[in-house]
Design a binder for this molecule. Structure first.
Ligand SMILES: Cc1ncc(COP(=O)(O)O)c(C=O)c1O
Length: 289
């Protein structure tokens, strides 16, 4: 996206099994003596791999390097599901959407913007219109929005926020962590591998499961969809056919997770993947404890 806007992008490569590396960020920023980097962009929860990056540590690395770049974070699949601290972690722009932890259809997007980012936007020369913050802020001050707002979604958002408030955010985050742990227990019970390799970075929103080399994850997904009417996430790009993803975010409880894992276990067996059938049992034990 940045390249298509004509920006110079320096991608820090990763192995897709770990989050964004704070040390690598510190190294690049320290080497940038001319202060040419304008922003560091990080995805908080990587939906395609089930890895959650340690955004607070990225901020600390930027501060340690004494670099003035803005920190921009995508929280599309973490906001309202995984603990996230825009102010405390010193994030400059947080981007979120309606379609995941907020339990709504797609269609709304949100920006949280620091004073530093607002000031940077004043001098920014890239063309912008719809997402120009200034007219939005001016209209918001009068209780309006400069364009046609998606009113139906805003009614839905009000209810979604009430639901999150009723449960309490710490409880919502704990519920997601607990379901993620039970899902990992299931994966281990099947004798399969979780894609994420760092215990500090397991996603609370979803779990990506790696299949043995000679088995096709899309075949498992196809069988689960046809037999049980349950849609699992696919592996993207270089992970295509190697992983499938189990989503456990949003309006989700112990029984929906148990049903989900039962469907996955039966699908794995039907697809001929050599698993131990102790996954569901291991997950139920974790949920009961
Ligand atoms: C981490 C992340 N970023 C961004 C998006 C949204 O991207 P797009 O609007 O291109 O589907 C998604 C998917 O909804 C996502 O999971």
């Amino acid at each position: 996206m940045a390249r298509s806007l004509g920006l110079d992008v320096d991608v820090v490569p990763g192995d897709w099994r770990h989050g964004a590396d704070p040390d690598a960020a510190a190294e690049r920023l320290s080497a940038d003596t001319g202060r040419t980097y304008k922003a560091v962009c990080v995805v908080h929860n990587e939906t395609s791999t089930g890895v959650t990056s340690r955004v607070g540590e990225i901020r600390a690395a930027m501060d340690a390097a004494g670099h003035p770049a803005l920190l921009l974070v995508d929280t599309i699949s973490s906001l309202g599901s995984i603990d996230y601290r825009h102010d405390e972690w010193g994030v400059d722009v947080t981007v979120a959407g309606s379609q995941k932890g907020l339990m709504l259809p797609p269609g709304l997007s949100f920006n949280a913007v620091s004073d530093k980012a607002l000031a940077a936007a004043q001098d920014a020369r890239l063309p912008k219109s719809y997402w120009d913050w200034q007219p939005i802020l001016e209209a918001n001050a009068r209780g309006f929005y400069p364009y046609t707002p998606a009113t139906n979604l805003l009614y839905g958002l009000r209810e979604a926020l009430r639901m999150l408030d009723e449960e309490g955010l710490p409880q919502v985050f704990a519920r997601h962590q607990r379901h993620a742990e039970a899902t990992r227990a299931a994966v281990r019970g099947w004798g399969l591998e979780v894609l994420c390799l760092d215990d500090r970075e397991h996603s609370g929103s979803l779990t990506a499961v790696l299949l043995p080399d000679d088995h096709d994850a899309d075949e498992v997904r196809r069988i689960v969809l046809e037999r049980y009417d349950m849609s699992l996430g696919a592996g993207l790009s270089k992970l295509a056919t190697k992983i499938f993803r189990i989503g456990h975010l949003g309006h989700f409880n112990d029984l929906t997770l148990a049903g989900t894992l039962a469907g996955v276990q039966m699908g794995l067996v039907l697809a001929g993947v050599p698993i131990k059938t102790q996954g569901v049992e291991a997950a139920l034990e974790r949920l009961q404890s």
